[in-house]
Design a protein around this ligand. Structure first.
Ligand SMILES: Nc1nc2c(ncn2[C@@H]2O[C@H](COP(=O)(O)OP(=O)(O)OP(=O)(O)O)[C@@H](O)[C@H]2O)c(=O)[nH]1
Ligand SMILES: [Mg+2]
Length: 375
């Protein structure tokens, strides 16, 4: 089968097992990430190694295998499920004669495609520039042009790759200044809300857990929900009233993922601050995920990184329609709500979520809970 048509988005995936936990799931996640980025996985090269090769990350035999797959599928990019050093990336690109993306580069590319708001775009650009400034990205722009593939890789932007480090430095400064202005404006808005004595709740969680679907169900809004990783990049905030009449602001936020690139966490700090400033976090979990515990841990890690680990949290085990579980509330030994089993899609258990919010609102404002209907 050597007569495959050239495809602008064919990708060869590489994931190597170094004996760490969660290898299978992380490899499956790579496939989802690649699909979410608009690339098509054509071949998935896997292998086992003790430790990365300093020059090429993979062993020479594995690199030959990758090279053959690139030829066979006419791939425009090779995606590694790992962090590559700038030197490894450059060596691989020379050897494979094909652009190589590492995990951080891939996630940055997805964020670049998704960013909609002015602030979101500035944040992604900042993260990309800080990432690019450590790498000789120039290496593959000519290859990209030769192959005529734009699309995904075009997301890095040739113009910004053409500029030298000094210009990158200048641009980074401009971006940081602009983002600071956004942040100040947001602070003002937030202070106005605090004065208004309104409970603020943020939906946080692993990417694709169902945050936007739940946000829409709770606010009857139309946040973009989709079966792709990082569907949401911008924080959307909406004011709603609970059945008992208490006002509340709910925010939908960007999803987290294990090994979320640090440049991104830093760049998105302003957006994520909405979560940091919340009175309560609704931590949405895909209850059916095989790596549920690892996903919860990854989210908590990022929350700690942005200083949101001390905010009270309720775990929402979502998508129970898939396993037929009944909606229910779990309480800890002090009677405080710790978890709720729901389906954002069918609406099962949403009344329990509202009930939990009423309890929190009452505790926060000192007003007793008013149940709208006598049970
Ligand atoms: N079966 C089922 N699917 C759900 C449920 N909630 C959400 N989904 C689906 O899960 C996918 C992801 O939902 P989103 O609401 O976009 O998830 P998210 O957490 O906002 O994802 P990101 O913004 O990408 O981080 C979509 O295909 C939803 O339709 C649910 O309760 N049951
Ligand atoms: Mg979303």
């Amino acid at each position: 089968m050597s007569e495959r048509p050239a495809r602008a988005n064919a990708a060869v995936l590489v994931s190597l097992d170094f004996g760490a936990d969660g290898y299978a799931e992380s490899s499956e996640e790579l496939r989802l990430l690649v699909e979410s980025s608009g690339l098509q996985p054509r071949a998935f090269i896997q292998g086992r190694r003790q430790r990365p090769d300093p020059a090429l990350f993979a062993g020479s035999g594995k690199v030959e295998e990758i090279e053959a797959a690139v030829r066979e599928h006419n791939a425009v990019v090779v995606v590694f499920n790992h962090e590559l050093s700038p030197a490894q990336q450059r060596n691989l690109e020379q050897k494979l004669e094909c652009p190589v993306l590492d995990r951080t580069g891939l996630i940055l590319g997805i964020f670049a495609r998704r960013a909609r708001s002015h602030e979101g775009k500035l944040q992604v650009e900042l993260a990309q520039l800080e990432y690019a400034s450590t790498r000789l990205v120039r290496g593959w722009t000519h290859l990209e042009r030769q192959r005529g593939g734009r699309g995904f890789l075009g997301g890095m932007g040739e113009a910004q790759i053409e500029v030298d480090r000094r210009l990158i430095g200048n641009r980074v400064k401009v971006l940081k200044d602009k983002l600071l202005q956004f942040r100040r404006r947001r602070d003002v808005q937030r202070r106005a809300r605090v004065r208004g004595d309104v409970l603020s709740v943020s939906l946080v969680g692993y990417t694709n857990a169902g945050k936007s679907t739940l946000f829409n169900a709770l606010t009857r809004g139309s946040a973009y929900a989709a079966d792709q990783l990082f569907a949401t990049l911008d924080t959307t905030t909406r004011r709603v009233f609970l059945p008992g009449g208490a006002p509340l602001v709910v925010s939908d936020t960007v999803g987290f993922i294990r090994q979320l690139p640090h440049t991104l966490v830093a760049a998105f700090r302003a957006t994520l601050e909405e979560a940091v400033q919340a009175d309560l976090l609704l931590h949405v979990v895909d209850a059916g995920s095989k790596t549920r515990a690892a996903q919860i841990a990854a989210v908590n890690l990022v929350l700690a990184e942005i200083g949101a680990d001390r905010i009270p949290q309720v775990l929402l085990y979502n998508k129970i329609d898939l396993n037929g579980a009944a909606p229910r509330i779990e309480r800890d030994e002090y009677g405080k709500i710790s978890g709720i089993w729901i389906s954002a899609r069918t609406g099962a258990g949403l009344d329990l979520v509202k009930q939990a919010l009423e309890e929190y609102a009452a505790a926060a404002t000192g007003n007793p809970v008013v149940h709208s209907a006598a049970a």
